[in-house]
Design a protein around this ligand. Sequence first.
Ligand code: FAD
Length: 448
Amino acid sequence: MTSPTVDLCIVGAGAAGLAAAIFSAEHGRNLTIQLLDGAKTIGAKILVSGGGRCNVTHDVVTPEDFLGTRHLVRNVLAAFPVQETVQWFASLGVELKREETGKLFPVTGKARTVLDALIARCRALGVILRPGHRVSEIAYRDRSVESTQNHPAHFLIRHQQGEISARRVILATGGRSLPRTGSDGSGYELARRLGHRVTPTVPALVALMLEDSCFHHGLSGLSHEVEVQTVIQGRSVDRRTGSLLWTHVGISGPVVMDASRWWCLARERGEAAEVYGNFLPGRTLEHAREWLLAQSAQHPRRSLLKLLATLIPERLAEALCRQAGGDLQQASAQVPRTIRDRLLASLTRFRFPVLRDRGWNFAEVTAGGIPLEEINYRTMESKLVPGLYLVGEVLDCDGRIGGFNFQWAWATGRVAGRAVAVSLRATGDEVGPNGEHGEQAVLRQKRR
Ligand SMILES: Cc1cc2nc3c(=O)[nH]c(=O)nc-3n(C[C@H](O)[C@H](O)[C@H](O)COP(=O)(O)OP(=O)(O)OC[C@H]3O[C@@H](n4cnc5c(N)ncnc54)[C@H](O)[C@@H]3O)c2cc1C
């Protein structure tokens, strides 16, 4: 039995796959497009994103907001600037509003608005959505081989319900984060079997768990500004300031989530990794010492705790004092020097005793994946397999918190979608709705 043939098969109907479907359908009006997804319902990750509100993008997006080969990231982002993304969403009926942080959300405050609009546009364009179609293999037919020259399609895609042939394939299978949504990392294996490399994949934008002996349990729910520094093999690789949230198992919040990829990657490579916190961002140990001495001289009877609580949250001050062996109520001028030094060191360079990351069920993104160098950034086409395109999180590029990862998904989806339409137009290769192809399809179009 021959398998049905389509112009384009998109594997994975997440943010990148849906965007790719819309752009390819808009630019190649008569294309037959199928969007296969392994999950029973489409878009689960979009629905949980941004706390159920979907942080669609950010008002300023730069290559520096991403980790991935910079110049390639820059070129892809330039192909779909934020302003165009905002207009595109407006054209789908989704108005976005900017929050103080620069993050853009739908005005409805509901991720459902974004998902429904993407799906509605796909349907209106005639894209066929097929949930419950997990793909297990993508076979490439080399058309330079004589026996396959007359076959209309480059690819044979095997899925849960059977198989399908396609002239072009867009791989949009995402990474490994939140596997219950369907993004279980199986796309990496599909790409590997087609000849692509996959760099080690680790959780990114993930909370970190601390050793049980640390005082985090008592601070659970507390959030404040911290400068976080990650040191790998003795070398500082990342330093950033932002909000840290103490949890019952460790530390989270934007600054920790953004820093986590460094720690996770180092651990994966078996390198020594340490995370330090400066609870007085912008101040050095010496500044802090001067401040404490001056305050003690000015208010000699004020307790150490009271003094510290003018700078950092009282619960944290208590925890740090206790850890340094200090007496919380002791008059600041009488605190022994050893205790004071210990306290100052923890205030400005606290070593978080990180045990592990919280794992894929809690990670928002994947660091690592298919190297961008193996892709033509102008089209997102594979440099190894003609007709195969790769988009979204399956690629080795991860953004920081704030809507950047979705922007990557929309941008790569658009570049690939348009490029597929252009390439099929150039070869006159479209498959008609009745399965005819090549000259037949061209004749059909001429008859219109
Ligand atoms: C909790 C959470 C909150 C987030 N919030 C935000 C946010 O607010 N803003 C932001 O920018 N980013 C956010 N992200 C990150 C963002 O969701 C992802 O970067 C983005 O969804 C990646 O899009 P994608 O299409 O590449 O992959 P995915 O969205 O992961 O989609 C991949 C799709 O491929 C399917 N699939 C996988 N393997 C197969 C297979 N073998 N066969 C068929 N189908 C397959 C999956 O079922 C899935 O539907 C969040 C992530 C999480 C987990």
